[in-house]
Ligand binder design. Structure first.
Ligand code: FO1
Length: 322
């Protein structure tokens, strides 16, 4: 582990599922809790078996609480599946699995939503109950739903991702509800904070996990109007994605699998990009500030080191501005 940087000011992390949650965990260790707000994608949310499921919020909650199922990459460690087996026996859907313990989150969230609580309030309640210190905020309290237009028709996100295992070829991706959605109040407040020192885009899938946030006009505007540097950790390492369908989606959208495509994707927003050491030689020719470090997070130390490197990068970019 490298030495801790001076951590003056507050930071916002934009975060999707597992890759994002790993860096969020590193940031939790690298920053005082009051200086970190983690804004999470809710485009993957959907209703299943009458329950509101927020997969990326739960992945962040479980990861930061030390409860995540690292084998599956989602859900809780030590999970059992009696509920699913019973649902299946009764002829119910088994394509999307809700574990017995995980079920408690979905039931609590759904019940609180029905009682009129916002997704922000519910997420904060779950965060406190799980003993997590930094703020975790949904991107919006309004429903925004990722819909994937494929060669096999328009598919709701989870149907595409889990039901069809990302196999249908993507033509485009839409975010239903985004145009009329507003950022969650705590997300807007964190981005407007006078001591904001940096915004870190986690190495989540830019098209599936970060774009739903950028599709919310008020969130994009807040990011455009920021005074602090915005840096992204590239999800590509050596021309491949560390995990998930990023590379497949890029190919299907006609993009080349290189860092330029990532930088171009965040054009107008990005002050700097963090590249893995294997891509270090490309850094000079990219026309943007770069930080080259290990971005593959295998251990907790890797997560903390990457978080600290991101904070130092923001600090370097801030110093270059004055
Ligand atoms: N992913 C799967 O591949 N299969 C599942 O059955 C599944 C169930 C599930 C239940 C709750 C939850 O919070 C996440 C779940 N995921 C499942 C993961 C989820 O579909 C994706 O990881 C995210 O939406 C993408 O970040």
């Amino acid at each position: 582990m490298t030495t801790a940087p001076a951590t003056q000011g507050s930071y916002v992390a934009l975060c999707g599922g597992i890759g994002g949650a790993k860096l969020a965990l590193g940031l939790m260790h690298a920053l005082p809790p009051e200086n970190l707000t983690i804004v999470v994608n809710t485009g993957d949310d959907f209703e299943h078996l009458g329950l509101h499921v927020s997969p990326d919020i739960d992945t962040v909650l479980y990861t930061l609480a030390g409860l995540a199922n690292t084998e599956l990459g989602w859900g809780l460690a030590g999970e059992t599946w009696s509920f699913m087996a019973a649902v299946e026996k009764l002829g119910g859907p088994a394509w999307f699995r809700l574990g017995d313990r995980d079920l408690a989150s979905h039931v609590t969230r759904t019940q609180m939503l029905r009682q009129g609580a916002t997704l922000s309030t519910i997420t904060d309640h779950l965060r406190r109950r799980l003993g997590i210190a930094p703020r975790i905020v949904p991107m919006s309290d309004a429903p925004v739903r990722t819909v994937v237009d494929t060669e096999n028709g328009r598919l709701p996100f989870q149907t595409y991702f889990v039901g069809r295992r990302c196999e249908p070829v993507i033509r485009s991706i839409a975010f239903d509800g985004a145009a009329s959605a507003t950022p969650a109040p705590d997300a807007a407040a964190a981005l407007a904070a006078s001591d904001l020192a940096g915004i870190i885009v986690c190495p989540s899938n830019p098209w599936l996990s970060i774009d739903p946030m950028l599709a919310i006009p008020g969130l994009r505007q807040a990011l455009m109007q920021r005074r602090a540097p915005l840096v992204a950790v590239s999800p590509l390492v050596g021309g491949a994605a560390v995990k998930g369908p990023t590379a497949k989606i890029m190919r299907e959208l006609g993009l080349s699998l290189d860092q330029r495509a990532i930088i171009e994707h965040y054009r107008g927003l990005l002050d700097g990009v963090m590249l893995d050491i294997v891509d270090g030689r490309q850094a000079a020719g990219l026309g943007i500030a770069t930080e080259v470090t290990n971005t593959v997070m295998r251990s907790l130390d890797d997560r903390i080191d990457l978080a600290r490197a991101a904070l130092r990068f923001c600090e370097r970019l801030r110093a270059a501005r004055v």
